[in-house]
Design a protein. Structure first.
Length: 145
């Protein structure tokens, strides 16, 4: 098990190091497709993009640019942003390779708590947003119903 995790990590690192930095961030649809592929491999149904949750994700992504945390800048918990969201995954990308959808989803799948959100059996829709902060970093948020 340890060897498998180390192998996946090594492939990720080598992939990041040897990718051209001209690759641009892909759209939210790509993250959705990759999450649905991972869900299908576990025998779970696909989730769809929800416009209301996407609006919530945009709000949280912008908030994360000033305070990257599951605690909102106003000091309240992440879930206070909307009664529609039941779980949240965050990503902070400081370069083009880190914001590539395959790297974002892989990082979430390597984290037990983030993977649990992606694999929620009763989840049917998500909202996904990218936000480029004033510092040049990109913040990616997925809100789950």
């Amino acid at each position: 098990m340890r060897r498998a995790i180390l192998s996946v990590f090594l492939v990720l690192v080598l992939g990041i190091l040897f990718q051209p930095i001209t690759v641009k961030a892909a759209r939210e649809d790509d993250i959705l497709a990759l999450m649905n592929d991972a869900r299908a491999q576990q025998g779970l149904g696909a989730v769809s993009l929800d416009e209301a949750l996407t609006g919530v994700a945009r709000t949280r992504a912008e908030e994360c640019s000033s305070s990257f945390s599951h605690v909102r800048p106003n000091g309240k918990a992440w879930h206070t942003v909307s009664s529609s969201t039941k779980a949240e995954n965050l990503a902070h990308a400081v370069n083009d390779n880190q914001q590539k959808p395959e790297n974002v989803v892989l990082a979430w799948l390597l984290s037990p708590s983030h993977k649990a959100n992606v694999m929620k059996k009763n989840c049917t829709s998500v909202g996904i947003a990218y936000y480029k902060g004033d510092n040049g970093d990109t913040y990616i948020v997925c809100e789950f119903n």
